[in-house]
Design a protein around this ligand. Structure first.
Ligand SMILES: [Zn+2]
Length: 565
């Protein structure tokens, strides 16, 4: 294997037997909801060693997008991890209806593998993440991911020698990236600790027990999230108090945002809606790097760190808010600290870093309206009560039971009843989809029968829905709302903005590779997130993940001129 530091040295070395060792560490960073433009908006404000290191030293893709329709967290993470579309990797949504059990299923739930800490699972009384609330069990595993990840392929290539870890505040942000063969840790809002499940360990490694016993979350007791700089230096410095921002109990809409005390029921939740959540993730990752001796020998190790706070802050305050702006400046400091730590322990020259995001984000409709742009929230619950749907039910002789459930992005029909009435499933799907498409706020509703049978218009949005289609898990009708329209009410909790559409603001993400001899350059050609995993495989010499459809990125891999195999 040969990693050349420059094109010139590649040319020089290609005729010789000089070979540079592969990177000791592949560090995959995913910033949850970091839309592609946000780095450019704030680039002049970054300090040294964080985003600056990536932007100045790395191969920076300026036009990277997800290519699937449902731009949600598990879908984007798994796509980055596998190089596959959701149609192949199977993670078509954060939540889908398990038809055999007749219940909604959370993507990484698995009752066979309980979490190791009793009482650290989801608490329905305080959980604000609507997808976590759908889980019926505290067990977690990657079993629902139907293909291999890059991290799996690295493990398979090097056998037992390669260490694979995933860390995140979110279980789905950690589990997806660690794949089937790695180990995952995530933050419990119940216990304020990093936890794992029996899929990974029978008991906690000593270093995890030691880290948790220090109770790092409690260090934020009585503290608050304050601005890093003077408010006048911020783009949104005079826009802290906006009516569409979510008021979480005790946290308020304006700085400083108080965390309260550990005894307060929302204390740990508020940490995850502030830079503290990513700081805790960083601290845990540092302990992991030391204890597990990550990057200590020549066999490449893999560490995924998914930073979740940008997502929670984006949902609660919108991506164009003072909170979002300050969070990104603080994330820049968090990244700088991580990179400095990696430099000390592993050496940045021995570390290949790849950074991207699981999805982008829409602007809050209130922010758009302030600027004269028409936008609105939608309430899908109201669709079921319209005259058009009522007359459809009468036409088919099916009452309230026609629609089993709606959970973004799929509408699920009552297949058993449709069959019992002697009706054709495809005909009913098409009729419901037709009616839905006429509703204000709905751009397109497309039936799964039409997708399965290839009866779909050749239309870019339809292509993204096809890539999202899994016969076993997808619902019967995929609903796409018009641009800048989305649901913001989840069980009574209203948020400022919600991603999950196929529109460009939700698909646009940063994509940067740095280290291991990869040159500093800006690349303007369009690339896709499915390209990431096969690029990493090619760099190592491992085979591509099993469902991978991406193309290795030529700007990254062209500097290789020889392989050990
Ligand atoms: Zn996300």
């Amino acid at each position: 294997m040969l990693f050349c530091l420059t094109a010139a040295s590649c040319a020089q070395e290609s005729g010789s037997s000089a070979r540079q060792a592969p990177p000791r560490l592949i560090l995959q960073i995913t910033v949850d909801q970091l839309r592609g433009d946000l780095l450019w908006r704030y680039q002049d404000r970054f300090g040294e060693g964080g985003f600056r290191y990536l932007l100045d030293e790395g191969t920076v893709y300026l036009d990277a997008h997800h290519r699937h329709a449902n731009t949600e967290t598990i879908v984007g993470h798994t796509t980055l991890a596998t190089g596959a579309d959701p149609s192949a990797h199977g993670m078509v949504a954060n939540v889908w209806l398990d038809r055999s059990a007749g219940v909604l299923t959370y993507n990484v739930e698995d009752a066979r593998y309980p979490i190791l800490t009793e009482g650290a699972g989801v608490d329905l009384a305080t959980e604000i993440d609507p997808t976590q609330r759908a889980a019926r069990s505290d067990g977690r595993s990657p079993s629902a991911i139907q293909v291999s990840t890059f991290s799996d392929e690295l493990k398979l290539f090097y056998g037992r020698e390669s260490k694979i870890f995933g860390v995140s505040v979110k279980d789905r942000g950690a589990i997806s990236m660690a794949g089937h063969t790695g180990k995952a840790f995530w933050f419990s809002k119940q216990s304020g600790e990093f936890i794992t499940s029996r899929y990974y360990y029978e008991r906690y490694p000593d270093w995890v027990t030691e880290w948790n016993s220090r109770k790092p979350a409690e260090a934020y007791a009585g503290e608050s999230w304050r601005l890093l700089h003077d408010a006048s230096t911020y783009l949104f410095g005079d826009a802290d108090d906006r009516p569409y921002e979510t008021v979480l109990p005790g946290f308020g809409r304006t700085f400083p945002h108080e965390f309260g005390d550990p005894s307060d029921r929302y204390f740990t939740t508020l940490l995850t809606v502030s830079p503290a959540g990513d700081e805790l993730t960083l601290d845990f990752a540092k302990a992991l790097i030391d204890a597990e001796e990550i990057g200590a020998d020549e066999v490449p190790d893999y560490l995924s760190v998914s930073f979740s706070v940008t997502d929670y802050v984006g949902h609660v305050f919108g991506p164009s808010s003072l909170e979002s702006e300050d969070n990104i400046l603080r994330l820049d400091r968090t990244l700088a600290e991580l990179f400095q730590f990696v430099e000390q322990r592993v050496g940045l020259e021995n570390t290949l870093i790849v950074l991207s995001a699981d999805h982008g984000a829409p602007e809050a409709p209130g922010y758009l309206s302030d600027l004269g742009f028409e936008a609105a929230y939608v309430d899908p619950g109201s669709f079921d009560r319209t005259t058009a749907i009522e007359s459809l039910k009468a036409q088919f002789g099916i009452g309230e039971e026609l629609i089993t459930t709606y959970f973004h992005p799929y509408l699920y029909l009552n297949r058993e009843l449709i069959s019992q009435r002697g009706l054709d499933q495809g005909t009913v799907e098409a009729a419901v989809a037709d009616v839905l498409t006429q509703f204000d706020g709905i751009f397109l509703a497309i039936s799964s029968s039409a997708l399965r049978e290839g009866r779909t218009p050749d239309f870019p949005v339809v292509q993204t829905i096809l890539r999202n289609f899994s016969p076993a898990r997808s619902g019967d009708i995929y609903i796409v709302f018009e641009p800048n329209r989305f649901i913001n009410n989840f069980d009574g909790l209203t948020v400022a903005s919600t991603h999950g559409s196929p529109w460009r603001y939700d698909t646009y993400v940063p994509l940067i590779f740095v280290g291991a001899g990869i040159p500093a350059q800006r690349v303007a050609r369009p690339v896709q997130t499915v390209d990431v995993a096969p690029t990493l495989s090619l760099l190592i010499g491992a085979k591509p993940p099993s469902g991978s459809v991406g193309v290795p990125l030529s700007e990254v891999v062209q500097y290789l001129s020889g392989f050990r195999r």
